[in-house]
Design a protein around this ligand. Structure first.
Ligand code: ADP
Ligand code: ZN
Length: 710
């Protein structure tokens, strides 16, 4: 009997193999097969194609009999993700089989796990669970979420102000899910920053969840994968990649901070984990719960259209008040050179310190200065491989490219005019802000939190893709040590919790989910920074980030204050924050997107073409656009941005140099495809790209629903 096998390789199809005499193979079985000169683990996918000559068909070598087969649901989900993202299905399978060693039978590996489930792991410690008593608002949200556990697929949005107890509510739902004997998956944007979350979980449930993200060691991953597949892992908390684990009996998926940009994976298979979480829940016929204080416009759209249900938590727990927001109009502040903290903010910092309270300063730029400049000739230091300036990191005495990791020492003489001692740092980074703060508050205990200053830095988290538009510290899957948090970072967070730090200065890492009881003042030095650039979500994202930052302040007894330095105090984002008018702001954003037929009111895909040879890359991109115009029905070019013409035809914008035209030594061109909401974009893209011969010197990246406009 022959059967087709999907392999975790770059192919978009499965291959035929023979099941040898006596080996009973069913779809879903994990099998090891010869491929080229290697032996590869894959999954029996379905019927053989029958297109291969019998004598050329090779035999399956081994079946993993100790594991439950991959479910039909999971296989359908993988095929669906491949279709949706236009990634080869083998690459999607690879995300579900990230540690092939997990498939080898434990005896062969000599692992001796002992009796199944008896092994003492992190998840079977013996604390007494201490669930919280919910407030009445929390209780009613939890009750309606609990009922969803019995009604198949649904999407609920837990929409509550910062500190309202959203986490407590979904913990309650997880408890109900576990009581039904099912598994729960929780996605968090930055698991390495989630020390407090993990501690709260352990306290509430009496055991630690299993952790999954790119920094977990292969051995631990192998174990967690197996536990997921065999139903032993009750709760897995992870970064976006946890979405592809083969759960035996998944009961619910919770996406915390669902609006967070780091849910978009930009390398390899390009997908948005929130959207894929909803898709997985739909396939599994289980409830998905999206959690946020500032739901994304995509999610708001789905609520408005009746697809998602909203559960609301309008007030902070324990009568803690929401922070008071104040705008500092920087046009009226004459800052001396090399100074970034305005007088009013300085005064507020001094007061907070005098009163023994904690404060945070936010500046979304790593390093000391974003640019080095020669005062004699104006020379600026550029990365030799990217269209980007080198950033001065004074602590390390290096010039660094934040896009490709290139580094060099700052030279003594200017390479252009040869003058010595004329190089100056230009503009601020967190290191420089820390220098200013130390001069202002010589007695304060000041700490800096960025991916450089913590053990997360130094190459562990450099993504292959450029940093996200709005900030400098890329929101992304963070690597860290096995315990779920690198020691210095964990220590930093614990010191802040214990009140051993007076002032914490950092990039967007300080915005994420922390609960610091003594934190009274949050100062944002560059509130406008995210508003620049061509990102269609710039306004929305800036609102979300600033709201989340402000939400760190005054979470317990002390009244919180968030002071935002801005050159655009009239901007709708600033005004909405000031007035606490989230819904009005989002309605305005929605209107703008609808008028422009931009997502979520229309569909968008980006095609990025990259190559070492600029002319070849440009020519190939132009050829692609010509082919795209041929794909349009009727063959006529459409220039107008009109809903009716978009229904049957997408609008092809470009080619144009990508906003980041040179990255890692590759020239980049971009084509944007814009289409109506109900246009079959995936099928159109597939047709367009189907017969394409892509030279090996060229890379074509397709990004359905792009979030990064680099
Ligand atoms: P959110 O997720 O909405 O930001 P959290 O769940 O983190 O809010 O709650 C904020 C704080 O209030 C946390 O310290 C949490 O322990 C506390 N809290 C919230 N609800 C309760 C409750 N019902 N009982 C005890 N503490 C609670
Ligand atoms: Zn570079």
């Amino acid at each position: 009997m022959n059967i087709s096998v999907l392999l975790p390789l770059v192919f978009g199809k499965s291959f035929d193999y023979r099941a040898p005499e006596g080996m009973d193979i069913k779809p879903g079985d994990y099998v090891r097969v010869p491929f080229g000169r290697k032996s590869v683990w894959g999954v029996a996918w379905g019927e053989a194609s029958g297109e291969v000559e019998e004598k050329k068909i090779k035999s399956i070598e081994q079946v993993a009999t100790h594991l439950p087969p991959m479910s039909k649901t999971m296989r359908t989900f993988i095929d669906w993700v491949a279709w949706y993202t236009l990634a080869p299905s083998g690459m999607v399978l690879k995300m579900a089989l990230p540690v092939p060693a997990a498939l080898e039978s434990p005896k062969v590996r000599g692992e001796g796990r002992g009796a199944r489930g008896k092994k003492i792991t992190a998840s079977s410690s013996t604390l007494d669970p201490r669930p919280s008593t919910l407030s009445s608002d929390q209780q009613s949200a939890a009750t309606s979420l609990r009922t969803k556990l019995d009604t198949g697929f649904s999407v609920s949005v837990l929409d509550g102000v910062t500190g309202s107890g959203k986490t407590e509510v979904y913990f309650d739902v997880i408890a109900a899910c576990l009581a039904q004997g099912k598994q729960a998956l929780v996605l968090l944007p930055e698991i390495a920053l989630s020390v407090q979350w993990l501690a709260r979980f352990a306290e509430g449930f009496g055991f630690a969840p299993d952790i999954w993200h790119s920094g977990v060691s292969p051995a631990r991953k192998r174990e967690t994968w197996r536990k997921a597949a065999q139903g032993e892992a009750k709760v897995i908390v992870g970064a976006r990649s946890a979405l592809f684990l083969p759960f035996a009996q998944l009961g619910t998926i919770i996406v915390d901070e669902e609006h967070d940009a780091s849910y978009k994976q930009e390398d390899g298979v390009i997908y948005h984990a929130r959207d894929m979480a909803v898709a997985r829940a739909r396939h599994e016929k289980i409830p998905a719960i999206l959690v946020s204080a500032t739901p994304s416009l995509e999610t708001e759209y789905n609520i408005t259209h009746g697809r998602y249900a909203r559960m609301h938590l309008p007030t902070r727990h324990n009568e803690a008040e929401l922070p008071e927001i104040k705008l500092i109009d920087m046009r009226t502040q004459a800052l001396p050179t090399g100074s970034w903290i305005s007088e009013p903010l300085k005064a507020a910092l001094l007061t907070a310190m005098a009163e023994g309270k904690q404060a945070m300063l936010f500046m979304n730029r790593r390093g000391y200065a974003p640019l080095m400049l020669c005062r004699a000739c104006g020379h600026r230091f550029l990365c030799p491989h990217c269209a980007a300036y080198l950033v001065l990191h004074r602590g390390r005495a290096r010039l660094l490219c934040h896009h490709c990791g290139y580094e060099t020492s700052p030279p003594k003489a200017c390479p252009q005019c040869k003058e010595e001692g004329k190089m100056i740092p230009f503009g601020p980074g967190v290191e420089r802000v820390a220098e200013e703060a130390r001069a202002l508050l010589p007695d304060a205990r000041i700490a800096v939190m960025t991916s450089d200053s913590t053990a997360l830095g130094k190459g562990t988290r450099r993504s292959k893709e450029p940093a996200k538009g709005s900030g400098d510290d890329p929101a992304g899957e963070v690597s860290c040590s096995e315990t779920g948090g690198s020691v210095p970072l964990e220590k930093l967070i614990k010191d802040m919790m214990a009140g051993n730090i007076d002032l914490l200065i950092g990039t967007q890492m300080i915005a994420k989910g922390h609960h610091f009881a003594g934190l009274a003042l949050v100062g944002v030095l560059d509130a406008d920074m995210g508003l620049a650039g061509g990102d269609l979500r710039a306004g929305e994202r800036t609102y979300q980030l600033l709201h989340q930052l402000a939400g760190r302040a005054g979470r317990e007894k002390t009244k919180g204050m968030a002071w935002l330095q801005t050159y655009m105090p009239e901007h709708p984002v600033m005004q909405a924050l000031l007035a606490g008018q989230r819904d009005a702001f989002m309605a305005l954003e929605a209107q703008m997107r609808e008028d422009a037929l931009m997502p979520p009111y229309g569909k968008l895909a980006a095609v990025i073409v990259g190559g070492k040879n600029e002319r070849e890359t440009a020519e190939f991109t132009r050829m692609l656009v010509r082919e795209a115009h041929k794909e349009e029905t009727g063959g006529k070019r459409l220039e107008n941005n009109n809903l009716h013409s978009l229904i049957s035809n997408p609008l092809i914008l470009g080619p144009a140099p990508a906003p980041m035209p040179l990255l890692r030594g590759k020239y980049r061109y971009r084509i944007l495809i814009k289409a109506a909401k109900d246009f079959g974009l995936q099928d159109w893209l597939t047709r367009w790209l189907a017969d394409l011969k892509i030279p090996s010197s060229i890379r074509v990246k397709i990004d359905v629903e792009p979030y990064s406009f680099l």
